[in-house]
Design a protein around this ligand. Structure first.
Ligand code: NAD
Length: 368
């Protein structure tokens, strides 16, 4: 077993705007090292389309081993139209799936927070989203994206059949539910678990296992169950009824994207993917903005780096045990928004447009 090296941060910028937004995180890490005498060791490498161009694979074994021995992986984004016709196994996104699967990053945390300064950027009414702060915990390594059998096969009459399998074991459900309950203990002790137990056996098992864990170990948590389609509707109708939502891989993919749009901009939302702790208490984890590589704006210096910077704040909190530093970085972001500085995607009347690197610099100046 490869040992996790404490404080080793691997930067995988990827494609499109990935390098631009990760560059701002690199500045922040260097600032922490210099001004707060922290000892983060930075390494960087290729992943995604840029790795395919150079190495004919979206992630080399060497980079994969670096990821295995890093305490924190900061990922930018991968993909873009340039690689649309690359064979399936070598597509940029395969690198992400490999990292998630092999590093056993089974819990994806996606906060959806509506910044007070940006309430008007949401397509929903201000009173519906103002003060919104929910956390979606999505199971990331099981369910229909990984289940077997899968594939496309010929059947009779010249037809073809596409097959994917949705399956979960009790332990896969319990370990992600535990993450949700632990998070809820630090928030308001409320968890909503979502599945489709009315039509899917795997959904019924999900519901039973989550309830059973709650009854055995988390009696202080108020647990409710909701069908995933109803949750999609409730997220638009009254999103503030939720605190922590826990759900499977497929429903989590959709519900978390939907929740992200409540807040107005993709450029603001971070995520964390956490693995299990080993017996030495070490945990592998990858942090990334929820947006993609935004090829339409890549290279223009206008990408919003806040989602990636807030992803690093999550790394400080969940992997590096630096709660205070995480809080000060989040506050620096708030302060810059209060000053009216905005990248193009969140620009509105009366605010001042800044570039990607000016936004990073402004956040660092607030940390001082
Ligand atoms: P996207 O998130 O890249 O972009 C959607 C829209 O949001 C675009 O108009 C883009 O300009 C804007 N946007 C995104 N991030 C922004 C930021 N930080 N600042 C300002 N504007 C921002 O989604 P897409 O266009 O559907 O996908 C583009 C590529 O990214 C595809 O190849 C897709 O497969 C890939 N992708 C990768 C990831 C990942 O690496 N985790 C996630 C989603 C999509």
């Amino acid at each position: 077993m490869i040992k996790v090296r404490k404080r080793k941060i691997l930067l995988l910028s990827g494609d499109g705007i990935g390098p631009e937004v990760i560059s701002e995180v690199r500045k922040i890490i260097e600032w922490f090292n210099k001004k707060k005498s922290l000892d983060f060791q930075i390494d960087e490498d290729l992943v995604g389309g840029c790795s395919y161009d150079k190495n004919d694979t979206p992630i080399t074994d060497e980079v994969f081993y670096k990821a295995l021995e890093s305490e924190v992986i900061m990922l930018g984004a991968v993909g873009g139209p340039k690689w649309d016709n690359v064979e399936f196994a070598k597509k940029p996104e395969r690198a992400l799936l490999k990292l998630r699967k092999e590093l056993k990053l089974f819990a994806n945390l996606r906060p959806a927070i509506c910044f007070q300064q940006l309430v008007d950027a949401s397509t929903l009414k201000p009173e519906v989203v103002s003060g919104l702060d929910i956390m979606i915990v999505r199971e990331l390594t099981g369910g229909i994206y990984f289940g077997e059998p899968r594939g496309i096969k010929p059947i009779e009459n010249g037809e073809r059949k596409g097959i994917n399998t949705h399956s979960y074991t009790s332990s896969e459900i319990t370990r992600v539910a535990r993450v949700a309950f632990e998070l809820a203990k630090k928030r308001s002790n409320r968890v909503t678990s979502c599945e489709k137990s009315n039509v899917m056996e795997a959904g019924l098992l999900w519901r039973e296992e989550v309830q059973s864990l709650r009854d055995k170990e988390y009696k202080e948590i108020e647990l409710s169950h909701m069908l995933a389609d109803n949750c999609a509707m409730q997220l638009l109708k009254n999103p503030k009824q939720f605190d922590v939502i826990v759900t499977d891989n497929l429903f989590g993919d959709m519900l978390s994207d939907q929740a992200s749009m409540l807040t107005g901009s993709l450029g603001l939302l971070p995520s964390a993917s956490l693995g299990a702790k080993n017996k030495d208490g070490e945990m592998r984890a990858m942090y990334e903005p929820i947006h993609g590589s935004a090829p339409d704006i890549a290279g223009k210096g206008i990408a919003n780096p806040i989602a990636t910077i807030l992803s690093f704040a999550m790394a400080l909190r969940y992997s590096l045990d630096l709660d205070k530093e995480a809080g000060s970085l989040e506050k620096a972001v708030q302060d810059v928004l209060n000053d009216g500085l905005r990248t193009k995607d969140i620009l509105s009347n009366g605010t001042k447009e800044v570039s990607t690197s000016q936004m990073g610099d402004a956040i660092i100046s607030k940390l001082q």
